[in-house]
Structures are given as structure tokens and as C-alpha cells.
Design a binder for this molecule. Structure first.
Ligand SMILES: NC(=O)c1ccc[n+]([C@@H]2O[C@H](COP(=O)([O-])OP(=O)(O)OC[C@H]3O[C@@H](n4cnc5c(N)ncnc54)[C@H](OP(=O)(O)O)[C@@H]3O)[C@@H](O)[C@H]2O)c1
Length: 168
């Protein structure tokens, strides 16, 4: 089965971004993000692409935008559904790809929550101000299959828990 996942870090009050950036420094979560997304197709909105600043290496980068026409090292799509269709086609044609990972931001997560069959959530243990939010998840529709806890330290601003949810 083709997996369509969300990988996202969210606060207790569902904040995922502020001023086109992440609201925290969580080094271990960035490593988790890199490990999870490597060798997969990642789809992101234009603002998330700009906040990262470059195509991510060792991943197939798809960016949804109507204002950017070309990025060296990434593919641009005019709509989220065009990007998902192209990613499905790539998985169909190339056995190396079995998962499409939506990596944000708020627009992309909202547009694709109903399509996702896996959520990889980093729940950051804080309430924080922000301007971009993750949508409410209907928790009864999902099954928690994995949980891993991390403690705050000098390189990680808050305690956080990585939870993997699969659609019932
Ligand atoms: N905590 C996390 O895990 C996480 C992950 C990712 C991002 N973020 C944060 O989220 C924030 C960015 O998210 P955002 O919601 O502002 O923006 P976004 O979803 O990254 O990008 C929005 C842009 O994507 C394009 N787009 C989205 N849906 C489209 C559609 N249906 N058709 C055509 N184009 C579409 C548009 O680009 P054009 O304007 O170019 O047409 C739109 O302006 C940043 O603060 C970032 O740091 C957090």
C-alpha cells in the first residue's frame, strides 16, 4: 500500500510556525526529520521551501507554488493535487519509492490531512505563540503504533514525544 504521511512538529496548542520559521530549536527532532524523510519523496508549500532555503539532499523535492517557476534540484507544481498525482506516478514507476511525505506547512497539511494514512507527529511539550497551526486531528480515526520520548537539554528547547499514528 502506498503511504501518504505527514511529518510535523507541533506544540500543545497546535502551533507549527512563526514568522516563516520554526518556533523552537530541537536538534534531535531535526535529526529524526532527516532520518525519516531521507530517500523519500517530500512535498512542501512554497513558504516552507523558502524557510528551509534549499532543496533537501537525498530526497525528491516537490514544491507547490504559483509564484515560483523554477528551482534547481526541485520540481514545482501549481497545485497540491498535481504534486500528489506526480508523486503517486513516481512511486508506481520506481520501486525505490513507497511513501510520499508531506512536510508542511499549514496550507499543505490542511489540504492533505484527509489523504494521509500515516502521521509522524513530534508533540513539543509547550504552549507557544505562533502564526501557523496544524489542523485538529480526529483522534478516534487513528491508531498510535509508536511513541518515543526525548528530554529537553542544551540543544533541545523542550521535552518532546515522537508519535506514529496509522489510520484505522
Ligand atoms: N513545525 C513543523 O513541522 C513545520 C513544518 C513545515 C513548515 N513549518 C512552518 O510553517 C510555516 C509555513 O507554512 P505556511 O502555511 O505559511 O505555508 P506553506 O504551506 O509552506 O506554503 C504556502 C504556499 O504554498 C503554495 N500553495 C499551498 N497550497 C496551494 C495550492 N492548493 N495551490 C497552489 N499553491 C499552493 C502557495 O505558494 P505561492 O504563494 O508561491 O503560490 C502558498 O503561498 C513556516 O513558519 C514554517 O517554519 C513548520
Amino acid at each position: 500500500m502506498l503511504i501518504i504521511s505527514h511529518v510535523v512538529a507541533l506544540s500543545n496548542n497546535n502551533v507549527i510556525g512563526v514568522d516563516n520559521n520554526l518556533p523552537w530549536n530541537l536538534k534531535k527532532d531535526l535529526q529524526h526529520f532527516k532520518d525519516y524523510t531521507s530517500n523519500k519523496i517530500i512535498i512542501m508549500g512554497r513558504k516552507t521551501y523558502e524557510s528551509i532555503g534549499r532543496p533537501l539532499p537525498n530526497r525528491v523535492n516537490y514544491v507547490v507554488s504559483n509564484t515560483i517557476n523554477e528551482i534547481k534540484g526541485a520540481y514545482i507544481f501549481k497545485s497540491t493535487s498535481d504534486a500528489i498525482e506526480a508523486a503517486k506516478q513516481k512511486c508506481f514507476e520506481d520501486d525505490a519509492y513507497k511513501e510520499i511525505v508531506i512536510i508542511g506547512g499549514g496550507y499543505l497539511f490542511r489540504e492533505t490531512l484527509s489523504l494521509a494514512n500515516k502521521l509522524v507527529l513530534t508533540q513539543v511539550d509547550c504552549n507557544i505563540d505562533g502564526d501557523v497551526f496544524y489542523p485538529e486531528v480526529e483522534i478516534n480515526s487513528w491508531n498510535e503504533v509508536e511513541t518515543k520520548c526525548y528530554k529537553k537539554d542544551s540543544e533541545n528547547d523542550f521535552d518532546f514525544t515522537v508519535k506514529v499514528l496509522e489510520k484505522n
